[in-house]
Design a protein around this ligand. Structure first.
Ligand SMILES: [Zn+2]
Length: 785
């Protein structure tokens, strides 16, 4: 509804004219974009979204717009702050109130009550991190316009009691990638398909799995400039799900809830979620599901619940981008986790009747959800702020453990330093003891973040029915950074007795290292190569040097690396690119045609195949699924070319599921014992597993026992060429594992021969989401073997 001004004469007219004068300048979305928000077959360009928010700022005193920085592709990354004008003029004061409420060590309970009386609920509302989930950027535009121009009691309550930090997209690059693809395919059989490229340059959909490792600039800007600067009580992150699911999901979440998330926050998520669901239903919206599909385990998906605030997620049913779909009720998903989209149940009270589903339907639901969430934030302001303090007090009272100790002597100093940087970026205070050890006391506001990342996860054994198949976790089950990174960390039962000084770990350049034990040595090596120097390696210790230290040392050749890139975007391919660039390796991408054209040995020493289902590598998109130029995979010509490459001494590296290609297409002899095993008998849904390494060129610089990332990972009958094996018992290091007996003694890493060359099979993701520093070294060794 737009504000309408009655044409009344006399004194009333002056008033109306005054109101008009204020509001007339606020441009409508239609006047700016050239169409109503949410019309069929129209998507937005990012520069127009930015200029719209800038136009709002020029015409209203209730909004400020800030460019927080640039995206990975250089687009402006913006956030709007919306509140009553007098509050906007005083933002520093509100930020200071938040800072003091967030840290009970600097604020007494009496002071806190005083601050609560003056404070506001801070709500961070983030849109379209997943760029094919297109609606919420539209909703952000429409909602901002309405909030600034419609004078109604609920909006007044919102403006006076909350500070809204509105991020119209957490991934602006993806807005343009999807819009560009949509326009290109509009009116063709491919209208509404997802683009054949990652919608964030490196990590695609995994951009919402980066909330504790902070690898990408968009994550870092959001955490540093919004979460850490404002300590929001509520973070509402807006997503979309499949077209046959419920029309919208709102919390409560499903089990399990990560044990370090404070129960107060979990209860508040239940409270606000169910209130939003009630308001959607009261507004006549059907197909509202709560307590369904989405659990609350991995901190990779959210930050604030480990920092005193709560997370609201909504997941709306999708159309085909901006193209409407028609769905019959009997097509709706009957087997969604926790509900049946065709049936009425306590957590899905009014099933949707089916029919047409448009972009504007998604926006209509989201507009109600945005307003409802903010209205809850406004009317519960006082309790939300008081509980925010309580959560902080409960965090600093934590005693089990009392602290974590990170001994000064570490195998991999670069990985330890990276761990410290990461925790500190996440607001964790780190102390340094006189002997150089580091101590992380749990008596600090964000101890839940530190504890979650430093301890081992014990994921509950959840079955669909007793003795039945596992309940699938929404994401993964482990996030133990010391195991991933290879850093020794001990939990202390009693507080550290000695003195500690606060230590700081700014990101950026690390000391040059040439130690094989230090992951950072690989960056040094690449710099030496780039500057034209030589690198030598001791085949016994694995150590590097810029000169030959003894006759046994061998010169390390600089590998010419090719990275396979399918038309079907692979997130793992993106992470591999990211990893190579972080450690300054030179590489080139190799598509199907590059591989098929032959003469690979002239161009490459090593070819890497990132994790991808083997059918996608062999066949790619099937005919009719995409425009002709994106059809096809490696096919027989590609396989012949790869066999020829290996026979001439090239190295082929296959990561995780891609390994099956070596057996199927290249005739490598290795049997995956997990092939065809049901998930009732074997299940490792993103878990850390123990392995034992054999000494040899692939394992130089690593300890004998490490933990690896297992997710859809093969395990082979161990024979000749087995470089790493699972132990006979106690395979699980962190997370969840069913069927450990199947792994006993099996190989997790195989170096097989093919002709004069090598085929290296990784039964793991050695570059898992930029976190597995320990396994990075296995991967880097494979590149230079
Ligand atoms: Zn999503």
């Amino acid at each position: 509804m737009r504000v309408k001004f009655p044409a009344a004469p006399g004194a009333a007219l002056r008033c109306v004219l005054f109101a008009c004068a204020l509001h007339a300048a606020v441009p409508t979305p239609a006047s700016h974009f050239g169409h109503q928000i949410g019309v069929d077959r129209e998507l937005l360009d990012w520069d127009k979204v930015v200029s719209y928010f800038q136009a709002l700022e020029k015409s209203s005193d209730k909004i400020r717009v800030e460019e927080l920085g640039k995206t990975i592709e250089g687009r402006p990354f913006i956030a709007a702050t919306i509140a009553a004008p007098e509050m906007l003029r005083d933002l520093d004061r509100y930020r200071e109130i938040q800072r003091r409420l967030a840290d009970p060590r600097i604020t007494t309970e009496a002071e806190a009550e005083n601050l609560i009386a003056r404070g506001k609920t801070v709500v961070l509302l983030t849109c379209s991190i997943h760029s094919t989930e297109v609606a919420s950027t539209h909703t952000a535009v429409e909602f901002a316009y309405r909030l600034l121009t419609e004078d109604k009691p609920r909006f007044r309550a919102i403006l006076q009691n909350t500070i809204l930090l509105l991020v119209p997209s957490l991934n602006p690059d993806g807005v343009d990638i999807v819009t560009r693809w949509y326009r290109r395919t509009l009116g063709t059989p491919f209208e509404g398909t997802s683009p054949p490229e990652l919608y964030q340059r490196y990590v695609g959909h995994d951009n919402n799995r980066d909330w504790y490792m902070f690898t990408q600039p968009e994550t870092r800007l959001t955490v540093a400039k919004l979460h850490n600067a404002w300590h929001p009580q509520i973070v509402y992150d807006v997503h979309q799900q499949g077209q046959y699911a419920s029309r919208i999901f709102v919390p409560p979440w499903l089990d399990p809830i990560e044990p370090n998330v404070d129960a107060i926050l979990a209860q508040e998520m239940n409270m606000i979620g169910t209130s939003m669901a009630a308001e959607l239903t009261a507004a006549g919206k059907k197909g509202v599901a709560i307590h369904a599909a989405y659990d609350f385990w991995s901190p990779a998906r959210h930050y604030q619940a480990f920092h005193g605030g709560l997370r609201i997620l909504t997941e709306s049913a999708s159309a085909r981008l901006a193209t409407p779909v028609t769905i019959r009720r009997e097509q709706l998903d009957r087997n969604a986790l926790g509900y049946d989209a065709q049936q009425k149940s306590w957590n899905h009270l009014e099933p949707w009747d089916g029919g047409e589903w448009h972009l504007h339907d998604i926006i209509d639901y989201q507009l109600i959800a945005f307003e409802s969430c903010l209205y809850q934030a406004a009317i519960h302001r006082e309790e939300l702020l008081r509980n925010f303090c309580r959560v902080g007090r409960r965090a600093i009272a934590r005693t089990e453990p009392a602290a974590f100790l990170i001994p000064a002597m570490q195998r991999d100093p670069g990985a330890a330093r990276k761990l410290f940087e990461t925790l500190e970026f996440g607001g964790v205070e780190i102390g340094r003891a006189a002997d150089g050890s580091h101590v992380i006391s749990m008596a600090q506001p964000y101890s839940s973040f530190a504890k979650a990342l430093l301890e081992r996860q014990n994921y509950p054994d959840m079955r669909q029915y007793p003795g039945g198949p596992p309940v699938q976790p929404y994401d993964v089950t482990a996030h133990t950074l010391p195991l991933l990174m290879g850093v020794d960390v001990e939990a202390l039962e009693k507080p550290w007795a000695g003195a500690v000084e606060r230590d700081h770990f700014p990101g950026g350049a690390h000391p040059e290292s040439f130690s094989a034990l230090d992951t950072d040595a690989w960056r040094t090596i690449n710099r030496v190569w780039k500057s034209g120097g030589a690198v030598w390696r001791d085949p016994a210790s694995g150590d590097f040097a810029a000169s030959q230290k003894s006759p046994a040392w061998k010169q390390l050749r600089r590998p010419r690396i090719g990275l396979y890139k399918s038309f079907i975007p692979s997130i793992d391919e993106g992470w591999t690119r990211w990893l190579l660039e972080q450690f300054e390796f030179e590489y080139s991408s190799a598509g199907n045609q590059d591989v098929q054209s032959g003469d690979l040995r002239q161009r490459f020493d090593v070819l890497v195949f990132p994790d991808q289902p083997v059918q996608e590598i062999v066949n790619g998109y099937s005919k009719g699924a995409m425009p002709p130029e994106f059809i096809g995979g490696l096919g027989e010509a590609g396989a012949a070319s790869l066999r020829d490459f290996a026979s001439r001494g090239g190295t082929l590296v296959f990561l995780n599921r891609a390994s099956a290609y070596a057996m199927q297409a290249l005739g490598v002899k290795a049997k995956n014992v997990l092939d065809g095993v049901s998930n009732r008998d074997f299940y490792a849904p993103g878990s850390l597993l123990n392995i034992t390494l054999e000494s040899g060129p692939l394992t130089l610089g690593l300890p004998r026992e490490i933990a690896i990332w297992s997710e859809h990972s093969p395990a082979w009958e161990a024979g000749e060429g087995a470089v790493a094996r699972y132990p006979d018992a106690q395979v699980l290091a962190s997370g969840w594992l069913l069927g450990e007996k199947l792994l006993a003694g099996r190989a997790a890493l195989v170096d097989a021969r093919l002709g004069a060359g090598h085929v290296i099979l990784f039964g793991m993701r050695p570059q898992y989401r930029g976190q597995s520093y320990q396994a990075f070294k296995l991967f880097f060794n494979a590149l230079v073997e």
